[in-house]
Ligand binder design. Structure first.
Ligand code: HEM
Length: 120
């Protein structure tokens, strides 16, 4: 069974969206990056983010991740911010009762996007 399926597939993504988004917006280390973001598109973005982090079906490539975050890199986005997002994601999954082993797998999937997201 894939990681995405083990976590509960689309239902798990939907459950995580609100909790994750709240954590990110309350996180003083990173919330400035989200201040100008279109709120209507935000939910779809969060779902795309979580589906990707869960190792599920997504339509994004490394090039898309580079393009999608290049304006944030220009604003100073760096490893510390990436780490904060991974931490907020882990805390979200913990709240939803996901095991530490699965959370570690999700963090490992997120890691595969680090260089693209940070434009390295
Ligand atoms: C774990 C790695 C990450 C993944 C998988 C990821 C994924 C995504 C995806 C799929 C999008 C939507 C792109 C689109 O518009 O089609 C996006 C946009 C965005 N991401 Fe990330 N992201 C990651 C890390 C981060 C980090 C570390 C930050 C900032 C702390 C961040 C902030 C944003 C913002 C603000 C947008 C919206 C940009 C806009 O609409 O202007 N992301 N991300």
């Amino acid at each position: 069974m894939s990681l995405y399926q083990q976590l509960g597939g689309e239902a798990a993504v939907n459950a995580a969206v609100d909790i994750f988004y709240r954590k990110v917006l309350q996180d003083e280390r990173i919330n400035r990056f989200f201040s100008g973001v279109d709120m209507e598109k935000q939910s779809a973005k969060q779902k795309a983010f979580l589906t990707m982090a869960f190792g599920g079906p997504n339509h994004y490539t490394g090039a898309d991740m580079r393009r999608g975050h290049a304006h944030l890199v220009a604003q100073g986005l760096n490893d510390s911010h990436f780490d904060a997002v991974v931490e907020d994601l882990g805390a979200t999954l913990k709240e939803l009762g996901v095991s530490d082993a699965l959370i570690a797998q999700v963090a490992a999937v997120a890691e595969t996007t680090r260089n693209d997201v940070l434009g390295k």
